[in-house]
Ligand binder design. Structure first.
Ligand code: IPD
Ligand code: CA
Ligand code: CA
Ligand code: CA
Length: 281
């Protein structure tokens, strides 16, 4: 059996088509999402479009690969414990699709055009396909394990900046404002004076895709979930970058405190966060 197909069906082709279809639908719904609910706090929203996108993605994947397991954000109760439990129960599946139906819901709700669909496929816990789709710019970022990163048919690589002082980096303000937000603010305070600038644009998956294609040199965030990170992690590593936790340990599906970079500024960024006790460890 070939690693990227089953019965002649390409995992990557299904990931791409599914992300593109869901993304197009999300874009059609911009500005007209009728119901809006808070999941945990006013920082943590969900709309019927998040749910509809996830249903569409699940159905498309199931049509092609009925035996595969699917972990999607909107199928899990809110909160770090529930998401860790859900991942644990599924991470050893032979094939596990990890889905964020809209990464950047807050942006979607406000009409700020920076949100994405993130779809990853893990084989026995290792991500082998990662796709992030940005419907606003119609950009599809595709990674296959061992085969690099492609956008519109073009092979992409991480940036060349070797010093933090030349780097544009990004982070996020996590929905969990009790624990993760103060840590991230501490990190920003330490990192800001040492980098060219910081962006906080509101989609972890898209930030990581931007690291992969060299538009950002680094990204970190405390308190993410597997569906925010899995596809982006493969994009970063396949583009020649480095993806670890904020303590510098290798990426696994269970990593929640994420550090992604072009590789060259990784250590400087990690040290800066550690110095500010902002790694979450
Ligand atoms: C959120 C986004 C945001 C990040 C949050 C995530 P969601 O995902 O990735 O950029 O700061 O931590 O929860 O809820 O919009 O899918
Ligand atoms: Ca969410
Ligand atoms: Ca997300
Ligand atoms: Ca989401």
């Amino acid at each position: 059996q070939q690693p990227f197909t089953v019965s002649g069906k390409s995992f990557t082709a299904v990931a791409i088509n599914t992300a593109a279809k869901a993304g197009e639908w999300i874009k059609l719904k911009l500005g007209s999402h009728a119901t809006l609910a808070q999941k945990s706090t006013s920082h943590d929203l969900v709309t019927e479009v998040d749910k509809g996108s996830e249903t569409m993605i699940r159905n498309l994947i199931r049509t092609h690969f009925p035996q595969h397991a699917i972990l999607g954000e909107e199928g899990v109760a809110p909160g770090a414990d529930a998401s860790a439990r859900a991942l644990k129960a599924m991470q050893d599946e032979e094939y596990l699709w990890i889905v964020d139906p809209i990464d950047g819901t807050t942006n979607f709700v406000h009409g700020f055009p920076f949100f994405s669909v993130s779809i990853a496929l893990a084989h026995r816990g290792e991500v082998i396909v990662g796709v992030v789709y940005d419907p606003s710019r119609d950009e599809l970022f595709v990674a296959e394990k061992g085969k690099g990163v492609y956008v519109k048919g073009k092979r992409m690589n991480v940036s060349a900046e070797a010093k933090l002082s030349d780097a544009l980096v990004a982070t996020g303000f996590p929905a969990d404002s009790g624990y993760a937000l103060p840590l991230n603010l501490q990190g920003i305070q330490a990192v800001a004076p040492r980098v060219r600038n910081i962006r906080v644009a509101g989609s972890a998956a898209l930030h990581m895709a931007y690291v992969a294609v060299g538009r950002l040199s680094g990204f970190w965030e405390i308190g993410l979930n597997s569906w925010d990170v899995a596809a982006g992690a493969l994009l970063v590593s396949e583009a020649g970058g480095l993806i670890t936790d904020t303590a510098g340990q290798p990426y696994t599906l269970a990593v929640r405190h994420v550090l992604a970079s072009n590789g060259k500024i990784h250590e400087e960024l990690r040290e800066t966060l550690a110095g500010a006790q902002a790694t979450g460890f």
